[in-house]
Design a protein around this ligand. Sequence first.
Ligand code: HEM
Length: 141
Amino acid sequence: MLTAEDKKLIQQMWGKLGGAEEEIGADALNRMSHSYPPTKTYFPHFDLSPGSDQIRGHGKKVVAALTTAIKNIDNLSQALSELSNLHAYNLRVDPVNFKFLSQCLQVSLATRLGKDYSPDVHSAVDKFMSAVASVLAEKYR
Ligand code: HEM
């Protein structure tokens, strides 16, 4: 459960990204395809080489969705409803993969933010990404 303090930490941390959102999204996707190669099967139509236009473009979309989620942190189900439909019904992404992207995003954030990615922020982001993942997976039942 995200506490009020967790939400504050996430919002503050996100505010420190200062224009690096696209880069962070692309880095997270790049790490995901590298560290968890089976995730590549969902992107047969992508050029997955690091820094490709498709990785960058997609990274930007993923981070924009997370920005929306952070703005609507008390109402994630509604905010991510369309995305949840897409991942469950159209893309059929196995929910196990959400954890992989979450791990990779955390490494990207930590690399970028250094000391600002404190254990408290880490814990808050971990909870937030679990909440996002459960919304994205909730239509599978
Ligand atoms: C598409 C967000 C996890 C596979 C998208 C889009 C967004 C998004 C915003 C674009 C939707 C659009 O164009 O309307 C997220 C978020 C995730 C997540 C926030 C979790 C935190 C994953 C995972 C996979 C995946 C784990 C697979 C390993 C895809 C694919 C597309 C897509 C294949 C379509 C790409 C394309 O053809 O352009 N996702 N995603 N997603 N996502 Fe996710």
